[in-house]
Write a protein that binds this ligand. Sequence first.
Ligand SMILES: [Cu+2]
Length: 165
Amino acid sequence: MRAFLFAVSTALLVAACGQPPATPEAPVEAPATAGVIEVSEAWGTPTPGGTPISAGYLEIANGTAEEDRLIAVSSPRAPRVELHEMSMDGGVMRMRAVEGGLAVAAGERVTLAPGGLHLMFYDAAQPFVVGESIPVTLTFANAGEVSATLMIRTPSAASPEHSGH
Ligand SMILES: [Cu+2]
C-alpha cells in the first residue's frame, strides 16, 4: 500500500511540474541591474485538485561582479520549498532536487520554467488559487535574502499523459 501511494504522489508531482505556461512569452533579455540579484517573471501553478503541491517559476538575473548561488527558498505558504530540475530520460520526464544550490554566473540570467528548473512547494496548508500572490524568499550565498511574489496562474491544458488521472 505504501508503494502504491508513493507511485500516485510521484505522478501528481510530475503533473504539477510538467505543465506548460498559460501564455508562452518570449523571454525579455533586459540587462541585469548592476550590483544586485534581481528576481522577475515569478509565477506558480494552482494546487491541483486538493493536493497541497505547487510548482513555481521565475527568472534570476545576477547583476553583481561575482557568481552567486541560490541556496534556499522559503515561503510562509508552504513549510517546504525545494529547487528541482527536470529532464527527459528515454521519453520519461523525471525530476530531482538540485544539489548544492543553483549557480548564477556574474552578469548572467537563469530561468526557471516548465520542463526544466522549478520551485516545488509541499504541504501547503491552504490551496494556491488562481489570481493570488504567493510570497517567497530566495536566499543567495552572497546576496542574502531576496523577496519575490509568485502570481498563481492557470497552466494551459495539461498534456494527456499528465492529465492527473
Ligand atoms: Cu518538482
